[in-house]
Design a protein around this ligand. Sequence first.
Ligand code: C2E
Ligand code: MG
Ligand code: MG
Ligand code: MG
Length: 287
Amino acid sequence: QAKRAGKSCYQVFQPEMYRNALIRFQAERDLRHAIERQEFRVYYQPLISLMTGQLTGFEALVRWHHPERGLVSPGEFIDIAEETGFIVPIGFWVLREACAQFQTWQDTIAIPSNLTLSVNLSVKQFAQPNLLDWIDSILKQTNIKSQQLKLEITESVILENTASVQGIFNQLHQRKILLAIDDFGTGYSSLSYLHRFPMDTLKIDRSFVDFMTQSPVNLGIVKTIINLAHQLGMSVVAEGIETEHQARTLQEMGCEEGQGFLFSKPLPVEAATELLQQFPVLLVSRD
Ligand code: C2E
Ligand code: MG
Ligand code: MG
Ligand code: MG
């Protein structure tokens, strides 16, 4: 920070910096014990078909139930978890927990077999030599069909280590596990690498959905991304849909699925269960 401000500018140690350092230190200390103390929860955000308005699946999103701070969202701890490496056990816990929950739903509610469960995987998890063994054993234990599991990966995973990552992707693809590229457009999006990976789905980042309706140029960018994904045989999910207008615009451009507060916020397990019990659920009515 101080370096970036330039040579002629002295950075004074601000109380705010001290506060941030303290929060960070405490978060690191607390993260260490959060798994064993069972402080994490998985929330489930519905994904819906923009064509029919029907539920197509859920994305598992982690929450930290901190004893003093209450419910902490990933924005406040994922970066620290990444840097400290805690994201590895946390990430695998989320995968196992979400798959186990999905199995419970399959056993207790007759959910359709094409409903998918999306789980985020971090770069750090990709660096684990036993990643595939982990995934195999979780799938086996929870009896989930590989076609129902979708792993969400950001562009950074691809950029970090292309050769080994490619091998892992291919192995996941062989198992018929679905792969999605998450937050598309926020990284160093090189469109050229996309075709080299067996991706099933491209998720357009929320920021694009946000600015899409501001100008024809912005709209054109989103249209181009959707067309490109289709050219490469991928389906498209738009993140962060908050208005009916956005949903309609994306639907008209051929975007298959959407996710956002317009349809539903991420839900605790009880609420997601209730939603499933009403299946086939229409999260949006079209006239
Ligand atoms: P993401 O994977 O892109 O997940 C979508 C995020 O957008 C979620 O934030 C969700 O609550 C938020 N969102 C969905 N619809 C809307 C909307 O209409 N408006 C707005 N403003 N936001 C919307 P959340 O749950 O806070 O998660 C943030 C990020 O943390 C995730 O972004 C993901 O990158 C990361 N994350 C969450 N859970 C995990 C996990 O288990 N493992 C890893 N590695 N990362 C995770
Ligand atoms: Mg995601
Ligand atoms: Mg995303
Ligand atoms: Mg995002």
